[in-house]
Design a protein around this ligand. Structure first.
Ligand SMILES: Cc1ncc(COP(=O)(O)O)c(C=O)c1O
Length: 484
């Protein structure tokens, strides 16, 4: 939007100026605006004075006259139009997101009720990040319910104001132990733990250079941005590139920020190799294990535990909202780093703590998965079965080293059409993955099997996908036309 300069009223016919919603006039105290009201120009601030206008201001495109019942012409910013324009852009680019209205049914995971426009329907969810179904584990549910009954619902405020609730203290002990670190700090989500953790840690290191993997999650990018530190992006999982950048950086302080499992491709980073480089070049390491905690390693400590390198990572970040099935995020690190983040991170200090019932349920889930590999083993078995079935059916499965099963579509409209058909015709819910979650042209279905999907579910999924792939042509009618 660009404003024109005020023009002298003499430069335009008065009728034209009178049609404009804003009129400027020059008074002893400077420029003022005026509006046309009941046949005369009045000072907008007071609505009292009759004026002789001196200048007029052609209105910018986003300002439109508003007619009142008195046929008054007034100047109003059309705020709604800003939002509508932004949303229209998403629809045009086929990226407008539609979320299914679902009701998960405790004890029947991964089954749910879809509140479709035509009424309730039973469906099977194939895209949940409650990877192990712990969100419906009877013990975890019972701990949450009984803690809420015993301690109430909310945390009562920030930890700064209201102190620690005991379940949060216990949860932090469980998490520090899970990752073999001195301490842990819990946040309200994994997103916030990255944003607050990375920004605070980097800010506290003078002249810190951040080296960030090209495929890092948005929460890490926001943390990096918020730190205000210089940053360099290394090519995804490319040790040579990272090594060169570390070498060129010389002796200044450096923080290498990366993930273990990249959740859209399902690939795994070379954690050991990154640790070798970081140690050689004296850099600190920050590892996001959000898509691995609970699922890999003998006790669910993540890929770093599985690879025996947890002690070589300085800061491990995780979520309590995916494989642990609850909500919240955390970092685990040395006592000093954790204390510094606790003391300096606005995203920790100025927000209400996790409710005690949520913390207690998360601790119960972490504890359970430390002692039980049953869920992890069953999960991997189901994943292998799904991959084999889809491959045999000739579907364009992407290579994945993990529990994430991406199927390439490569087109936003087709991706949406496929998932709509899966839901409407086959009672299968898979959310389409479009830009900006993945780059344009790599739109995909992201399938996440769980230990609770049965062999019959896998057959159903495979047949349904096969049918949809035949029925939805590679070049479908545009989304907008199809929706009409
Ligand atoms: C790599 C990664 N880090 C962090 C997060 C944020 O975690 P949370 O969902 O607990 O906020 C996500 C969310 O999907 C993620 O994929």
């Amino acid at each position: 939007m660009s404003w024109s300069r005020p023009r002298s009223i003499a430069s335009a016919p008065f009728e034209l100026a009178a049609k404009e919603p804003i009129l400027l006039f020059c008074a002893g105290s400077g420029w003022h605006s005026a509006r046309w009201f009941e046949g005369k120009w009045v000072d907008s601030a007071t609505l009292l004075q009759e004026l002789v206008p001196t200048h007029w201001m052609p209105s910018p495109p986003s300002i439109v006259p508003l007619r009142t019942s008195h046929q008054e012409t007034s100047t109003r910013v059309n705020y709604q139009r800003f939002f509508q324009t932004a949303l229209d852009g998403l629809v045009t680019e086929q990226r407008y997101r539609i979320f299914a209205d679902l009701e998960r049914v405790a004890g029947k995971f991964p089954r749910a009720i879809w509140h479709s426009p035509q009424g309730k329907r039973d469906i099977v969810v194939w895209c949940s990040n409650d990877y192990l179904g712990m969100g419906q584990n009877p013990d975890v549910v019972e701990v949450m319910a009984s803690t809420a009954r015993a301690l109430g619902t909310g945390a009562g405020g920030t930890r700064n104001i209201s102190g620690n609730s005991h379940p949060v203290v216990e949860l932090e002990r469980e998490l520090a132990d899970l990752h073999g670190k001195e301490a842990a700090l819990v946040f309200t989500s994994g997103y916030i733990s990255n944003q607050a953790g990375i920004s605070t840690i980097a800010k506290l290191i003078p002249d810190c250079l951040i080296l960030s993997d090209a495929n890092n999650h948005n929460s890490m990018i926001e943390g990096i941005r918020q730190s205000g530190c210089e940053r360099l992006i290394f090519r995804h999982n490319d040790l040579d590139h990272l090594g060169r950048l570390l070498c060129e950086a010389g002796s200044r302080p450096k923080l290498v920020v990366f993930e273990s499992v990249y959740s859209m491709d399902g690939d795994v980073s070379p954690i050991g190799g990154i640790c070798d480089l970081a140690e050689r070049h004296d850099a600190l390491t920050y590892l996001d294990e959000v898509h691995a905690v609970g699922m890999y390693g003998t006790r669910g400590g993540g890929i770093a535990e599985r690879e025996g390198v947890m002690d070589r990572i300085d800061i491990i970040e995780g979520t309590l909202g995916k494989a642990f099935g609850v909500l919240g995020g955390y970092i685990a690190a040395s006592r000093r780093i954790v204390d510094a983040v606790r003391s300096f991170a606005p995203g920790f200090i100025f927000t209400t703590a996790l409710p005690p019932a949520v913390a207690a349920a998360a601790a119960a889930s972490v504890r359970h998965l430390k002692g039980s590999s049953t869920e992890r083993n069953e999960h991997q078995r189901t994943v292998e079965k799904v991959k084999a079935a889809l491959k045999n059916a000739g579907l364009p499965l992407m290579d994945s080293d993990t529990h994430i099963v991406p199927v390439m579509v490569g087109d936003a409209q087709r991706c949406r059409a496929l998932t709509d058909r899966l839901l409407e015709k086959h009672d299968i819910y898979i959310q389409p993955i479009n830009y900006p979650t993945v780059s344009k042209g790599t739109e995909r279905l992201r399938i996440t099997p769980t230990p609770f999907h049965t062999d019959a579910d896998i057959v159903h999924l495979t047949r349904a996908l096969h049918e949809c792939w035949q029925a939805v042509p590679a070049d479908p009618v545009p989304f907008l036309q199809a929706a009409e």
